[in-house]
Design a protein around this ligand. Structure first.
Ligand code: FES
Length: 102
């Protein structure tokens, strides 16, 4: 069984399958998260890791600077939970769910 992902400020919790990224989990379960390239390069899926730990996977230094990673930022398309996590999307406007570029 995978780890729980709680998305803030929505207070929405869902369960990742083992080895699945946060974005893959959200999309599999029909939850929208902002994203673009889905490959760790554009940075559109950047968010905050409020609690827990992740494997940053293939996130590139172009989209997520080391300083940002150290400060608790992550890319939803690359981050694989390694514990139960609480994350926060950066967009706070009412149109955030329109940022689905597929
Ligand atoms: S969607 Fe482009 S870096 Fe995650």
């Amino acid at each position: 069984m995978g780890f729980s992902i709680t998305l803030q400020p929505d207070n929405l919790t869902f369960i990742a399958e083992t080895g699945e990224t946060i974005l893959e989990t959200a999309r599999r379960l029909g939850h929208k998260l902002p994203h673009g390239c889905c490959d760790g390069c554009c940075g559109l899926c950047k968010g905050n890791l409020l609690q827990g730990t992740v494997d940053h996977g293939k996130s590139s230094e172009i989209a997520l600077y080391a300083e940002e990673r150290d400060a608790g930022k992550l890319l939803f398309c690359c981050a694989i939970p390694t514990s139960d996590v609480v994350i926060e999307r950066l967009e706070t406007g009412s149109s955030w769910d329109m940022l689905d570029y597929e």
